[in-house]
Design a protein around this ligand. Structure first.
Ligand code: PHE
Length: 441
């Protein structure tokens, strides 16, 4: 009996944290980032950062959460003895709040696309040129805002009703289905005329493309895709029991996340070459290229709809973790307050999200810093708050927490774990700090 319930909880944990990680980051953001910052060179940097920095950081967040067992604005004090470190928890809450506000814009696009595809099925609307309909969807205020509102509302509904467990269980077959569908898309994409050029662009690193910028954004992308530096993964690990194997969990989540990112790239880049779509065009890349691939596929409409539903699902398992982090902190894990706070917080997020949603339309001319309002929100989270959260957590963990207690969270005390701890203590803070400073040069 006991054994079974532990196993259940450890799978539930892997499903939930893999669900948090795999989402828009790997499927939507990775391809357009690679398209903007050097193709193969970006892929190489992203792989290196994910394995050498992302994996050890994920192990750290899991061990801290498993040891700390409380919400993140109290956990740092509990484990280090210094109240000041709780600021890292606040930084994480701010990061996911802003993140959800712009994440929901893209989640909203998926919902609108689902609606459009359904309407096209019953011939209420005619399928249009992919780029034209994309531009219409993102720049028309009511579609952008409606989609965003629905995405936030669905997330809040799931979190307030406490049905995350059902969602996690569903991801057990939804995720493999998404993998399979990706393989179909990749095969179609690779067999398009002129696809080889796109494959080359994505898979062969040209070292002259490695710039300060590509390094900064590749690190930001590996944080974003693994949900690192926001204390989101710490929060999920606080719900863990002693037996759960966080080493295996971290490893499998990193591998799955890399796989999905690479699959997204293999689906998109051959097609960009074939359809003469510019790879550097930014957030619209996936939404412009995919419908064209499905157009070249038998039963393309059906496959497209299926893809959109699975894609939405992947985005929701991430947005749930965003909201969950804020809620665990405001309710201080008191579940009787859950419903009220879900409602209130999602209301705030909807308001904060409006300028992000309109960034692709009426507010598109407002540009500063990293670009549009949307770009700046993303930049602030991925390149400032996440690295800052990760950096300060390595310092807190490496220098102020009980080393033996942290290490004992792993089921076996191997040499690897000791090396890992040295990396957390000395190497990673130095590397993250270096890249962090790079962006200001
Ligand atoms: N990793 C998620 C994605 O790639 C985004 C996320 C970041 C979720 C931080 C939670 C915390 O879509």
């Amino acid at each position: 009996m006991d054994h079974k319930s532990q196993w259940m909880s450890s799978t539930g944990f892997i499903l939930a944290s893999a669900g948090s990680a795999i989402g828009l980051g790997a499927i939507w953001k990775f391809p357009y980032m690679a398209g903007q910052y050097g193709g193969g060179a970006f892929l190489l940097l992203f792989l290196l950062f994910t394995i050498l920095i992302g994996l050890p950081l994920l192990m750290m967040e899991f061990s801290i959460g498993k040891l700390g067992q409380t919400y993140t604005t109290a956990l740092y004090d509990k484990l280090t003895g210094y109240k000041l470190f709780n600021l890292i928890g606040w930084n994480g809450n701010l990061a996911v709040f802003i993140l959800f506000a712009f994440y929901s814009v893209i989640g909203g696009w998926i919902i609108i696309y689902i609606g459009r595809t359904l309407l096209a099925f019953v011939n209420i609307i005619q399928p249009q040129n992919a780029a034209a309909s994309f531009n219409w969807i993102i720049s028309t205020p009511w579609t952008a805002l409606l989609g965003q509102f629905l995405f936030i509302a669905i997330t809040a509904l799931i979190v307030s009703m406490g049905v995350e467990k059902g969602i996690e269980r569903a991801s057990k077959w939804m995720m493999p289905l998404l993998f399979l569908l990706f393989i179909v898309i990749i095969i179609r994409s690779l067999t398009l005329e002129g696809a080889a050029e796109g494959v080359r662009y994505f898979l062969t690193p040209r070292f002259e493309d490695i710039t300060f910028e590509s390094i900064v954004f590749a690190l930001g992308q590996s944080f974003f895709a693994l949900s690192l530096g926001t204390t989101g993964m710490i929060t999920y690990a606080t719900y863990l029991n002693k037996e759960a194997n966080i080493g295996t969990a971290s490893f499998s989540i990193v591998i799955m996340n890399l796989l999905v990112s690479i699959m997204a790239g293999l689906a998109i880049f051959p097609a960009t070459a074939s359809f003469h779509v510019k790879p550097e065009q930014g957030p619209g890349l996936l939404f412009i290229v995919l419908p064209q691939i499905f157009n070249h596929l038998a039963f393309g409409n059906v496959f497209y709809l299926l893809f959109l539903i699975l894609f939405l699902f992947a985005a929701l398992t991430s947005s749930i973790s965003l909201l969950e982090l804020n809620i665990s902190n405001v309710t201080k894990n008191d579940n009787s307050q859950r419903r009220r706070w879900s409602l209130l917080l999602s209301g705030f997020i909807i308001i904060a999200g409006i300028p992000a949603a309109l960034s692709f339309g009426v507010l598109n001319d407002i540009r500063f810093g990293a670009g549009t309002i949307f770009d700046n929100m993303d930049y602030l989270v991925s390149n400032i708050l996440m690295p800052l959260g990760a950096l300060t957590t390595t310092i807190a963990c490496g220098h102020f927490m009980d080393k033996d207690a942290i290490i004992s969270q792993f089921n076996s005390k191997t040499k690897t774990i000791s090396v890992w701890f040295i990396a957390i203590k000395y190497i990673l803070p130095a590397v993250i700090l270096l890249v962090f400073i790079m962006q200001f040069i």
